[in-house]
Write a new protein. Structure first.
Length: 704
């Protein structure tokens, strides 16, 4: 028996980007473990990835190319050869491109975070063909824009320093479910005497283990941050030296926050004025006492109308109190910009320029509307073809009824690259089997730590599955694209992934990374201790001239949610409950939903509802209910619990529709409205009503 251990990296949309050790016996991956020598991973994996062989060898893996034989959405296919699949796709795309290549649209996101299997060969292909470009906004673009306006780049507190913090504020996140290795360090900090405060509308698993939970209303985070700045400034809980040396616009900020009294903030956020004051005092006092204070802001807080401004406002706080001076202080929302990625080498944007005019850009968060738009002067050509990879838009895109209607179009040619027959795959004309992380080469940055990560192929591909890169190589060859870049191997692409002319990654060596599994960036542990902000001024910008030029308020501000009792009382009279749909612990976006053991652990789609809200609707735990608004409805089983604050219902997500009672999920009720900046979705800016379903045919059976 031959046994080897292969170094790999977790590919999923998680800040941890764990280093994996894959045990392979006679060509079969038998175990996936966390690498104990990789400092962020420290030998520990989440439950999902620890079961990765179960996913790779799943009985429902797509192993052969297939062609649709039923109606779109029925999920009926027949097996075809790779030659037939590639010829069919190439012929259809070539015909469309002759009319207008921008009628072709790629749709992808973070099914893998790898730089090779993500957007390398695929982007070369779409640039060369002249397709529309996809604006990838569905996760973090609002907060990224707000943070960059303020701090200049997405850099922040080093994960490996968190255990040394003395006050930790987790704002809009649940790291027990979605950031395990941060959580282990938060626990270590608590054992060392740190205090943990969680700001979240929902009493999540993390909030339950905090010293204090502040349950504000969804979409009001920007207002709370303004209130904290009001107290910090008016009570002089400030690091004046840091402000003078390393910030811009303090005088204007001081004036702007005067209107945001604790009483006003309390009314806006649905909390008490005392909570606002005490949080500011705890934060400012600890910082001025020389203790490291750290904010971990996550993506939940940016999924409402003022999501970008919320992150911007929060990002002002560490500079006011000098928290950046300490390695364990400051803030982290993402450290993605720490990585000097060589995007030109990966994607070859010059290929697009041969087409003359800049490519049309379509926002992935408005795909429901855009698939239904006719050709027009303002929009451009009607979308005639979609190539979906690393994404499951039918499950994850907002206002799902419109997304489905778009995918049902018989005149839309749809190709899906997948591991499994997802909700989106059911609508494919051609369905192609893609390799999993254990079957291909890739290289990864991280948005939670500062290590460049290598992934070696541990096993040969199952069936006839191919890497994304190889599929796009085949398409490029069939369409006659002769540029040298289409002949590069995955190893050649990986070797160019990071810039060798940048001091942080000048030492990057792909062969060395493959052998060890990772290489750490040359990053200081306290990157903003003495300024060095990557803004136009080189300082933390409380006042941003760039925002003013973009038509935004140059100072921290707040806009109420699109849908709330205060912003739209008429709508709230019909739909009085706010709804959020944060990640379920056993899923990762829509990944892993089909793994039976994980789905068994998660149970079934359910809705958490406060006892007061349940009582007024004669709803009890275990009842099946209908959650609805003008956009659509879904069914779920209720859990009556004080984890959901009054006026809020919580549906942990994202379920594949085919595994839900009524074939629907939370995105039936979400809207395609966008955030204040970053053109991001407003998944948590939703009003609904909930009604009890009778125990009749109203309740549909759970599929499969």
């Amino acid at each position: 028996m031959s046994t080897t251990v292969v170094r790999a990296a977790c590919p999923h949309d998680c800040p941890d980007t764990c280093a994996l050790l894959v045990t392979v016996k006679d060509g079969v991956a038998t175990e996936v473990r966390g690498d104990p020598d990789h400092p962020p991973t420290s030998g520990v994996l989440c439950t999902k990835v620890a079961r990765y062989p179960e996913r790779t060898y799943h009985k429902d893996r797509l192993l052969y190319p297939m062609r649709r034989v039923g109606k779109k959405g029925e999920g009926k296919f027949e097996r075809i050869s790779w030659d037939e699949a590639i010829n069919t796709i190439a012929e259809r795309l070539a015909a469309i491109a002759l009319r207008d290549p921008q009628a072709i649209l790629p749709y992808s996101f973070a099914g893998t975070m790898g730089l090779v299997q993500g957007e390398s060969m695929s982007m070369r292909f779409f640039n060369r063909i002249g397709a529309s470009q996809l604006e990838r906004t569905i996760c973090s673009s609002a907060g990224s824009v707000g943070y960059r306006y303020t701090v200049g780049a997405r850099i922040g507190t080093d994960l490996e320093q968190v255990q040394n913090a003395k006050l930790i504020v987790i704002w809009g996140g649940n790291p027990i479910a979605s950031n395990l290795h941060l959580w282990t360090r938060v626990q270590a900090a608590k054992r060392n005497g740190a205090r943990l405060i969680v700001i979240d509308p929902y009493r999540s698993l993390t909030a339950e283990k905090s010293n204090q939970h502040i349950a504000l209303l969804p979409g009001t985070d920007a207002a709370l941050a303004l209130g904290l700045m009001h107290v910090l400034i008016n009570e002089n809980l400030l690091d004046h030296d840091y402000i003078e040396k390393y910030t811009l616009g303090f005088a204007q900020l001081r004036e702007a926050v005067q209107a945001w009294t604790p009483e006003r903030v309390a009314q806006e956020c649905g909390i008490s004025a005392e909570e606002v004051v005490q949080l500011a005092r705890d934060y400012g006092t600890a910082a001025l006492a020389g203790e490291p204070v750290m904010i971990r802001a996550n993506y939940g807080l940016q999924r409402s109308r003022s999501g970008g401004m919320a992150v911007r406002n929060i990002a002002c706080l560490p500079a006011l109190v000098g928290a950046w001076r300490h390695a364990a202080g400051g803030m982290q929302i993402s450290v993605s910009d720490s990585f000097p990625k060589n995007m030109a080498a990966l994607q070859h944007p010059e290929l697009q320029k041969r087409h003359g005019a800049a490519a049309r850009v379509i926002n992935m968060s408005t795909i429901g509307d855009d698939l239904l738009r006719p050709a027009s002067a303002g929009f451009g050509p009607k979308i005639e073809a979609m190539i979906v990879y690393n994404a499951n838009p039918v499950a994850v895109a907002p206002e799902s009824a419109k997304v489905v209607k778009g995918f049902q179009r018989e005149d839309l040619f749809t190709v899906v690259l997948e591991h499994f027959q997802t909700d989106s795959a059911d609508y494919a004309d051609i369905l192609l089997p893609a390799t999993t992380q254990l079957e291909h080469v890739d290289v990864h940055p991280s948005y939670g730590h500062v290590y460049m990560m290598a992934n070696n192929a541990a096993i040969t591909p199952m069936g006839e599955a191919k890497p994304n890169t190889e599929i796009f190589r085949l398409l490029a060859a069939r369409m006659g694209f002769g540029e040298d870049c289409f002949g590069e191997s995955d190893d050649q692409i990986a070797a160019q992934a990071f810039r060798r002319d940048h001091p942080r990654s000048a030492h990057y060596d792909w062969e060395e990374a493959k052998a060890k599994g990772w290489q750490r960036l040359q990053m200081p542990v306290a990157p903003l201790a003495e300024g060095g902000f990557e803004t136009p001024s080189g300082k933390c910008e409380f006042y941003s001239e760039a925002m003013l030029k973009a038509g935004l308020d140059p100072l921290p501000s707040y806009t109420r949610p699109y849908e709330s009792v205060l912003s739209d009382p008429q709508l709230a009279s019909r739909y009085p409950l706010a709804m959020i749909s944060p990640p379920a612990r056993n899923f990762l976006n829509s990944s892993f939903v089909n793994v039976q053991s994980l789905r068994d652990t998660e149970g079934e789609p359910h809705l958490d509802m406060h006892p007061d809200d349940a009582a007024t609707r004669n709803i009890a735990s275990g009842d099946m209910v209908r959650i609805f608004n003008d956009r659509g409805s879904m069914q779920a089983k209720v859990r009556v619990t004080s984890k959901a604050r009054t006026g809020l219902v919580v549906g942990l997500s994202i379920w594949w529709k085919k595994f839900a009672a009524d074939g629907k999920n939370a995105n039936e009720v979400t809207s395609q409205r966008l955030t204040d900046m970053g053109n991001a979705p407003t998944f948590y800016d939703v009003l609904v009503e909930v009604e009890k379903l009778a125990l009749t045919a109203d309740v549909a059976p759970v599929a499969g």
